[in-house]
Design a protein around this ligand. Structure first.
Ligand SMILES: Cc1cc2nc3c(=O)[nH]c(=O)nc-3n(C[C@H](O)[C@H](O)[C@H](O)COP(=O)(O)O)c2cc1C
Length: 193
């Protein structure tokens, strides 16, 4: 069996969400039976074949004005050609978002990514972690410190470049999501076989 491909397609205006996407890829890479690939929406027009052939697609976007960035949304609209034939039906899907504020309406953005996956008939995989930093022994260094459930959340300070954020805890959370999606994809593919 050729290795199932897990595509991570993301937009990043200023580089912070790209760091998060790279962390997701590092988690995927922990599972040697799958192959991860990173695709910026800016290069998506050359990558439709890869996306159509992928077993899983993980969507990622920064939060701009309370939802996913227009850069990601432009890509989402272009996927309508795939929707016509339900070409992505039954692929595994997941998502991650990154914002400047601690909350920043990230859930709104994650739901936009989830809705996109459901329009395509994909099978969404959530984070599968308890929240971190929600008790007196907790800290901002906890895994899932921002307490997301449906995907991976990250927060990057708006006065710092991508070299400073998102912080390590959020990168570990992103990697956890990548690994979980890789494992779920393997089970899904082996079940089909
Ligand atoms: C046009 C614009 C709108 C933004 N709106 C929000 C917002 O609604 N909530 C928030 O928390 N951060 C907001 N931010 C901050 C970004 O989410 C944050 O800087 C993020 O790290 C940018 O990711 P990127 O470098 O991958 O583009 C906004 C940034 C920009 C440029």
């Amino acid at each position: 069996m050729t290795k199932p491909v897990i595509a991570i397609v993301y937009h990043s205006g200023y580089g912070h969400t790209k760091v998060q996407a790279e962390a997701v890829l590092s988690g995927v890479a922990e599972i040697p039976e799958v192959e991860g690939t990173l695709i910026s929406v800016d290069e998506a027009d050359a990558a439709w074949e890869v996306l159509d052939g992928a077993a899983a697609i993980i969507f990622g976007a920064p939060i701009y004005m309370g939802s996913i960035s227009a850069g990601f949304w432009g890509f989402a609209e272009k996927t309508s050609k795939r929707w016509m034939e339900l070409k992505w039906k039954d692929k595994i899907a997941s998502g991650f978002v990154n914002s400047g504020s601690q909350n920043g309406d990230k859930l709104q953005g994650l739901h936009a990514l989830y809705n996109l996956s459901q329009q395509h008939g994909m099978v969404w995989v959530g984070l599968g972690l308890h929240p971190g930093n929600n008790n007196s022994a907790g800290s901002v260094n906890d895994l899932n410190r921002l307490g997301g459930f449906g995907g991976a959340f990250a927060q990057s300070n708006i006065d710092q470049g991508p070299d400073m954020g998102p912080p390590e805890a959020d990168r570990r959370t992103a990697a956890y999501l990548g690994r979980r999606v890789a494992e779920a994809t393997l089970r899904w593919e082996r079940g089909k076989a």
